[in-house]
Design a protein around this ligand. Structure first.
Ligand SMILES: Cc1cc2nc3c(=O)[nH]c(=O)nc-3n(C[C@H](O)[C@H](O)[C@H](O)COP(=O)(O)O)c2cc1C
Length: 261
């Protein structure tokens, strides 16, 4: 196994950070690696807002389901799907006008396809950042709750029309050596399919998530006083939770806003 594969195999999310922040040089290296991520048409359909303002970090922590570690993280990056830059470029650079005047093309309002592509760009760039940080010994954790409370987040970060949060990552030197087992993963055959989608049966799902269930049973953190299944855990703790309801409400507002010309 080479060093890269070993690093990917050993990675785990880090949520508690030491007081020693990543150096400017390290941050610059992470930025360079982020920018080298593949990007659709090489258009860099994303932007990254680095949060320095402590008040904004605290506000973000609150908006992201009160996860206090966000306020304590030395480096906080919000990855935006960003088509605004190209809308500006097309309009201010005269391409739109040229298209119309010369009958070459008429303006096309942005749609969900644009958004999907921008999201892909942003998330792929984020994962490059995560891997680059890991290679420098800097831990990281994605924060999925950044897609909640869109209206407040938009105000906080002064987002423009065609910019929406795709994901958020917090970084920092780990406070301590991680202890305990890594989180389990599904076996390969439960994820990789050949030539077509194969809807999994109950038995296949139980097999796929057996390690997840075992870990939670050992830690005594399954629902119904640890008698419940892994399906119960995800159903009651995630799927039917108020934060998932908020994510769906907020994402609808976000996507509707994007599609409004
Ligand atoms: C899209 C996404 C959203 C996540 N959101 C959160 C979050 O809000 N809070 C958190 O503590 N961890 C979050 N995580 C980290 C996951 O909980 C973590 O990746 C998972 O439990 C597997 O653990 P590992 O990364 O240590 O292998 C998120 C990860 C992803 C990919």
């Amino acid at each position: 196994m080479n060093e890269t594969l070993q690093m990917l195999r050993d990675r785990r999310s880090i949520r508690a950070f030491s007081d020693i922040a990543p150096t400017d040089e390290q941050v610059s290296l992470i930025k360079e690696a982020t920018l080298r991520a593949p990007t659709a048409g090489n258009m860099a359909l994303y932007s990254v807002i680095e949060i320095h303002d402590q008040k904004k970090k605290e506000q973000l922590a609150k908006l992201c389901d009160n996860q206090s570690m966000i306020a304590k993280a030395p480096l906080v990056w919000v990855f935006l799907a960003d088509m605004q830059k190209w809308v500006n470029f097309f309009i201010d650079g005269g391409s739109r006008e040229k298209g119309e005047k010369e009958g070459l093309a008429s303006w096309r309002d942005l749609g969900l396809g644009d958004l999907h592509l921008c999201m892909q760009d942003a998330i792929i760039a984020a994962q490059n950042a995560v891997v680059a940080a890991e290679s420098l010994g800097i831990g990281s954790c994605y924060i999925g709750d950044v897609i909640e409370n869109f209206e407040e987040l938009r105000d906080l970060l002064e987002l423009d029309h065609y910019t929406v949060p795709a994901c958020m990552v917090i970084f920092g030197n780990p406070k301590s050596e991680p202890t305990g087992k890594q989180t389990p993963r599904c076996p390969q055959e439960a994820i990789f399919m050949q030539d077509r989608y194969e809807s999994p049966t109950l038995e296949q799902l139980q097999y796929a998530f057996n390690e997840h269930e075992k870990m939670r049973r050992d830690l005594k953190i399954l629902p119904f006083k640890n008698t419940g299944s892994i399906s119960d855990h995800y159903y009651f703790k995630k799927h039917t939770s108020s934060f998932m309801q908020e994510m769906n409400r907020s994402t609808k507002v976000m996507f509707d806003h994007w599609c409004k010309s």
